[in-house]
Write a protein that binds this ligand. Structure first.
Ligand code: GRF
Length: 201
């Protein structure tokens, strides 16, 4: 596998609110994370964080997987973009599409994701956002948390890099639990990504 650039070049993948993207860009700006934000890729033009990325001079690309003639064309185009921006590591930050297997194979060990629960609990297909926190409440768990993991072909099953517990409070709603978990995500994601980049040097 090719050595990382110095500093490593990151591609961020977003679909939703974009708060993890903004937290990571901020960590790069304030020196807590040594990396170059090479490109932000989203499947939604209206995803959060895209304006902030542009303001920081980071190129953004909107790519709709469903608009390609075949999954192979989509994978080829995505790889072309990643090569063009000389990307070393892929950072999924609330990205709701599955990466093509060609991309996962080429960047094996270099794709990281954040999940808002203690995997292997409350993961897998369909378990994102509100659904995750509601499942934690429905199961009567006393705690939830954050998992940062490497991405493999199996949804939410890649090797865990870091986990941190977050208490479930009496009277929590999915929204109040999500907010408590999200604050931990923002801190833990930057720290864990920094450790991963060091380990890949
Ligand atoms: C986060 O809770 C993250 O764990 C999950 O999706 C959510 C994305 O939030 N994968 P944001 O778009 O980063 O604000």
């Amino acid at each position: 596998m090719t050595p990382l650039h110095d500093p490593p070049r990151l591609a961020f993948f977003v679909s939703g609110r974009g708060s993890n993207l903004i937290a990571l860009l901020e960590a790069i700006t304030n020196g807590a994370l040594t990396a170059t934000p090479a490109v932000v890729i989203s499947n939604r033009a209206s995803a959060g964080g895209l304006d902030e990325a542009l303001q920081r001079g980071v190129p953004i690309l909107v790519q709709h997987p469903a608009k390609y003639i075949s999954p192979h064309d989509y994978a080829t185009d995505l790889l072309r973009m990643l090569h063009h921006y000389e990307v070393d590591v892929l950072v999924l930050a609330g990205y709701l599409k599955q990466l093509p297997s060609e991309v996962i194979a080429e960047f094996a060990g270099r794709i990281i994701n954040v999940h808002p629960a203690l995997l292997p609990l409350h993961g897998g297909k369909g378990m994102y956002g509100h659904h995750v926190h509601q499942a934690v409440l429905d199961a009567g768990e006393a705690e939830s948390g954050v998992t940062i993991h490497l991405v493999t072909e199996e949804y939410d099953e890649g090797p865990v890099l870091a986990q941190e517990r977050v208490p479930v409070m009496a009277g929590d709603t999915a929204e109040s639990l999500a907010a408590r978990v999200l604050a931990v995500e923002h801190r833990l994601y930057a720290a864990t990504l920094s450790t991963l980049l060091d380990s890949l040097k």
